[in-house]
Design a protein around this ligand. Sequence first.
Ligand code: G3I
Length: 317
Amino acid sequence: GTGLNALIQAKGKKYVGFCADSGTFGNAQTAAILKAEAGQLTPENSMKWDATEPSQNSFNFGNADALVNFAQTNGKILRGHTFVWYSQLPSWVSAINNKATLTSVIQNHITTIMTRYKGKIYAWDVANEVFNDDGTMRSSVFSNVFGDWTFLDVAFAAARAADPAAKLCLNDYNLDYSGAKLTNFVALVKTLKARGVPVDCVGTQSHLIVGNGAIPSYKSTLDSLATTGAEVQITELDIRTNSSPSSSQISQQQTDYTNVVCGCMKQAACAGITVWGVSDSQSWIPSVFSGMGYALLWDANFNKKAAYTAFVNGINC
Ligand code: G3I
């Protein structure tokens, strides 16, 4: 093949992937791009807690099954996303106020979902966004009820038991800068591994902004993450700018995409790259950052952008 996944695998990496769900791969142009370009798919929303267990022990797998079936039919591996996360969390979970109940709720949630998809998921984001940007532990029902990081011990142990072949990841954003968040994230992973918590992979989401000063040294972030000894995965890459960008922003975006992808190619622990969407028409960015967009590799009409070629240049760097 000639798609991005084939190109990166020819250079020894495991995958290029994209987030998807039935709402996006149900579009024929998106499906065609995914079939040609992706080696891995990540559910954008369908495996989150609010989607899978909206009320206690009442599971809903419709959209998650649809993605898994699409991936299996088309020979794509999957990243599961995500279990322990403060967001998209149903209120019945947020209301739990004792450790014994929350422990069994975490165990039941993880065991039920991972058992259903056992053997079909390459890596799971067992926990997501557990840090504040200043590097302290983020407030959530999990951290508040446990009072320390041991909610992660519970979650990772349940995940390992449910599907021993799946790689288990800790995922976060704004790890792209050297600073307290990255430092403390790396330290936590080392501490967890030292006490036997099975963290196999670290995910750096990489929701970036065109021209950001940290991007030229992006590889040093990957180097820091690699000191954990865990596999490093770029899990949600996009590089946003004005939704109607200037020519210099378009050209800077190319430089930035090449830098990020090249950083992965030059760091042996970096296993693969997931881009957070196919077409700019489907990206989460415009609804959250007013006036911004243009973050992905295909434009709103599904034409390959210059950023696509920049991604290829990064693979070949
Ligand atoms: O499911 C409802 C639907 O019933 C309703 O009709 C519709 C109306 O707005 O909303 C639907 O929920 C939306 C959901 O996506 C599914 O489409 C939510 O409003 C919307 O907020 C949600 O956004 C997702 C966001 O996570 C939520 O936190 C984005 O699609 C998704 O790209 C984004 O992904 C996150 C990663 O999981 C974690 N890292 C950051 C990244 C970007 O925020």
